[in-house]
Write a protein that binds this ligand. Structure first.
Ligand code: COA
Length: 347
């Protein structure tokens, strides 16, 4: 049955035009300077550095100061991108921002980023996909390049998780951090691979395990919602963990199989940094050697839509990601959402 499905998908891919793929041509990342270590957390909740490190792989995370929002982190990431790859921001056709901690309900973070960067003529929108936010934004942005409707797309993942973290809840506050990353998408040259393929899936039954119930149309902000701590992250960690391990393996295996590849042929595995054990379980299943697996959760924790671009930067800094490398991205997040992407690093 699986074989038949693969055949159908492969057949469909061959009908798609492959000459105008999207490729990543630049990257910029930003984390706020303030660091919260596990030792600090020991003084705030009933936990230990050892427990956090062993159960999650996290040593410290960066937190934004009061008044610093997702759009601020996003703008800093874009500035770093432009510094490393100078180009005229006025040429940006579309801005796609993955975030679940937008500055406010509306306007979108994309609008706020556009305004702060004074990009005169562009359009854009936010993507709400939890920890899959960057992968979803990337593949949404790539469609505009592939269709020929855009030549430059800014894809941003930015989250200020501390804005919705209950720092008295030890099961949640140890995991999350704040951070952002941005990539520039441009058309690949003819015959160049760029973004090759992706798989994504939403399964709404998972909504009950990871959510923020307050502040939306169901539970508008009131004294009662605040008293009941409804504006914080609510999580059943074990359920999320079990789903993430299973789904990340399933999706990555399916995407590789669909493209006639094995884990060993991938040069660099960049997974959402939610828990070191989830990343390692997926890498083991794909028989991927440790040196190809990018880990920076120890420094940043889970920055939701920020993790994958931050891990791309880590991979570059550690000499594990270079032009021509075959890269596998994977993420699972609130929703549930899941997504994986296969791409050839283009610069
Ligand atoms: N410090 C010390 N003990 C803690 C703790 C902490 N910060 N948090 C929970 N515990 C305790 C629990 O109370 C429990 O105690 P008990 O056995 O006496 O009842 C014990 O540790 C085990 O709890 P459990 O929830 O089973 O731990 P876990 O191994 O599943 O780890 C998470 C908890 C949250 C780290 C883990 O489930 C996880 O990473 N889940 C995925 C979360 C995630 O990725 N979220 C983002 C979306 S992608």
């Amino acid at each position: 049955m699986i074989q038949n499905d693969c055949a159908v998908i492969l057949f469909r891919r061959t009908l798609l035009p492959t000459t105008r793929r999207a490729k990543i041509t630049a990257l910029g990342t930003y984390v706020p300077p303030r660091v919260l270590t596990n030792k600090h957390l020991e003084k705030m909740v009933d936990t230990t550095d050892q427990w956090i490190l062993e159960r999650t792989g996290i040593r410290e995370r960066h937190l934004a100061d009061k008044g610093v929002a997702a759009s601020d982190l996003a703008v800093e990431a874009v500035k770093k991108l432009v510094a490393s790859h100078p180009f005229d921001l006025q040429e940006v056709d579309v801005i796609v921002v993955g975030t679940v901690t937008p500055d406010m309900m509306y306007p979108s973070t994309a609008c706020l980023v556009q305004h702060k960067l004074s990009i005169a003529r562009t359009w854009g929108f936010d993507v709400s996909a939890g920890c899959s936010g960057f992968v979803y934004a990337l593949n949404a942005g790539a469609q505009f390049i592939e269709s020929g409707r855009a030549k430059k797309v800014l894809v941003i993942g930015a989250d200020v998780n501390s804005s919705m973290t209950d720092f008295t809840d030890r099961a949640v506050c140890i995991i999350f951090g704040d951070g952002a990353g941005a990539v520039l998408l441009e058309p690949a040259e003819e015959g160049e691979d760029g973004i090759i393929d992706y798989e994504a899936q939403i399964e709404g039954m998972g909504g009950q395990y990871l959510y923020m119930p307050g502040g939306g149309s169901l539970n508008p902000a009131s004294h009662e919602t605040v008293d009941k701590k409804m504006h914080y992250i609510h999580q059943d960690g074990q359920q999320v963990f079990k789903y993430a391990v299973k789904k990340m393996s399933e999706m990555t295996e399916r995407l590789l199989r669909k493209n006639g590849l094995t884990g060993q042929e991938v040069d660099c595995f960049i997974a959402h940094q939610a828990n070191m054990r989830i990343i390692k379980a997926t890498a083991d299943r794909l028989k991927m050697p440790t040196e190809k697996v990018i880990i920076n959760i120890d420094r940043y924790g889970n920055t939701t839509a920020g993790t994958i671009p931050l891990a791309m930067q880590t991979a570059i800094d550690e000499g594990k990601l270079k032009k021509g490398d075959l890269v596998l991205l994977a993420a699972v997040g609130a929703g549930f959402t899941s997504g994986t992407t296969l791409l050839r690093w283009a610069y």
